[in-house]
Design a protein around this ligand. Structure first.
Ligand SMILES: Nc1ncnc2c1ncn2[C@@H]1O[C@H](COP(=O)(O)OP(=O)(O)OP(=O)(O)O)[C@@H](O)[C@H]1O
Ligand SMILES: CC(=O)N[C@H]1[C@@H]2OC[C@@H](O2)[C@@H](O)[C@@H]1O[C@H](C)C(=O)O
Length: 398
């Protein structure tokens, strides 16, 4: 279909592209939709977020995903039907946003779709000698392309694995292109369900860029809030604020091989989930601990493990600024606990760099699609976890 390739070629040669970045993360709160104008590529990328919305998932949509989400054993038919269903639903959500924003689908060049992660199993986690790193995102791109009539790039993580990575974190590419600053050591900290960070050295040397997941961001807090408070999360850290950190439980929660494993590493709710907390509570014989204390302790766990990972990779003679994003940046208890342990660091919200922290991950996938269509190879050296590659698969609408 020469016409399609020619259209893509034309988009690749434009000075700038309008790309919709999509992210639906491990919190299952909704679909982040960021309409971006992207000019240039690589380290010369300039990006303007024209519109952003989080389309909340309905309870029933979320429950359908939860039936298979991060579970070792599932109804295989549910996985099969969800793959096109999520693609179609995401397509409809995009069309709703475009209508709201008064923009025609023809005015958009590309969609960059992350899809819904349903299972993440790097080799360090599954420990199956003969099997590779693995991860699975569903919500097939062909369905989004046909539903919206917009060329869609999707399924970014497989190529990362094929090139030697764990399939995550992918934020590092966009973090480097959009947020590097000569003379300032920056740490881009994202606290979604899982927390991760990118270290961008002020000397701009791509070979010194570092990225890793650190462990739980909000996922454990959310799991406990859902079960015992019937709320999706601890809004503004109010429950944590009314609890006291229990040191015995905190130590039991930290007693996990993931935290000791070498960098870079990735994880997910397959490891950090409700049962993980329950086991730690039982092992510490703390079944009568108050629910507020548990939430306070889980919040401290996120802060401690984020700080400990950062401390392991920074140069003590250098100064750093942290730019926080993701839902956890709205939790003042978590933010204060991090700042307290890093008194010499300036901790700011990502908004200071001109991009909303809630939009960041969706924006970063727009950057990845831009690279795939219009970028050149960027070398990050031989550093593990950041292969210099293009990512994603192309779906044409017709
Ligand atoms: N006002 C708030 N107070 C406390 N926590 C909040 C607040 N707003 C959002 N959050 C937390 O942020 C979570 C959503 O964060 P986000 O959308 O960044 O995660 P995600 O993208 O789904 O996850 P991941 O990055 O791991 O894929 C919520 O589930 C909640 O725990
Ligand atoms: C497998 C997967 O979906 N991982 C997510 C998740 O959410 C946060 C953390 O775990 C990160 O590694 C990744 O997402 C971001 C966008 C990333 O790849 O940078």
């Amino acid at each position: 279909m020469k016409l399609h390739i020619e259209k893509l070629h034309k988009i690749a040669n434009q000075k700038s592209r309008r790309i919709i970045g999509l992210m639906s993360g491990t919190s299952l709160d909704g679909l982040d939709v960021a309409l971006c104008k992207v000019t240039g590529s690589g380290i010369d990328t300039k990006l303007e977020v024209e519109n952003f919305a989080t389309v909340p998932y309905t309870d029933s949509f979320r429950e359908e995903i939860r039936k298979i989400f991060a579970k070792r054993e599932i109804d295989f038919q549910q996985l099969c039907v969800l793959n096109p269903f999520i693609g179609i639903e995401h397509g409809k959500m995009i069309l709703d946003c475009l209508e709201e924003w008064n923009i025609n689908a023809e005015e958009v060049d590309l969609i960059a779709s992350h899809g819904q992660t349903v299972f993440h199993a790097p080799k360090k986690q599954h420990a199956l000698k003969d099997f590779p790193n693995s991860t699975l995102q569903i919500g097939d791109g062909d369905h989004i392309a046909v539903e919206t009539n917009i060329i869609t790039i999707s399924d970014f993580r497989q190529k990362h694995i094929a090139a030697g990575g764990e399939g995550a974190p992918l934020a590092v590419y966009g973090d480097y292109f959009l947020f590097s600053k000569k003379g300032e050591n920056r740490i881009l900290l994202n606290m979604g369900g899982i927390a991760n960070f990118t270290l961008l050295p002020g000397n701009l040397n791509p070979e010194l860029i570092f990225t890793t997941d650190t462990g739980p961001g909000n996922t454990l807090i959310d799991a406990y809030m859902r079960r015992f408070f019937r709320k999706p999360y601890d809004e503004n850290g109010e429950v944590a604020n009314n609890g006291i950190v229990n040191e015995t439980l905190l130590e039991a929660l930290k007693n996990k091989s993931f935290f000791e494993a070498p960098f870079p590493k990735t994880t997910g709710p397959e490891v950090f989930n409700f049962d993980y907390v329950e086991n730690a509570i039982q092992k510490s014989r703390l079944s009568s601990l108050s629910r507020n204390d548990i939430i306070a302790t889980l919040t401290q766990l996120s802060a401690d493990t984020i700080v400990s990972a950062i401390k392991r990779v920074i140069d003590v003679n250098e100064t750093y600024s942290i730019y926080a994003s993701g839902g956890g940046a709205h939790n003042p208890v978590l933010m204060k606990a991090i700042q307290k342990q890093l008194p010499a660091f300036t901790i700011l919200q990502l908004e200071q760099l001109g991009v909303s922290g809630d939009a960041k991950e969706a924006v970063l996938f727009a950057v990845l699609a831009n690279e795939t269509v219009a970028g050149a190879n960027v070398s990050f050296g031989s550093k593990e976890g950041v292969p210099g590659i293009s990512m994603g698969k192309v779906s044409f609408p017709q």
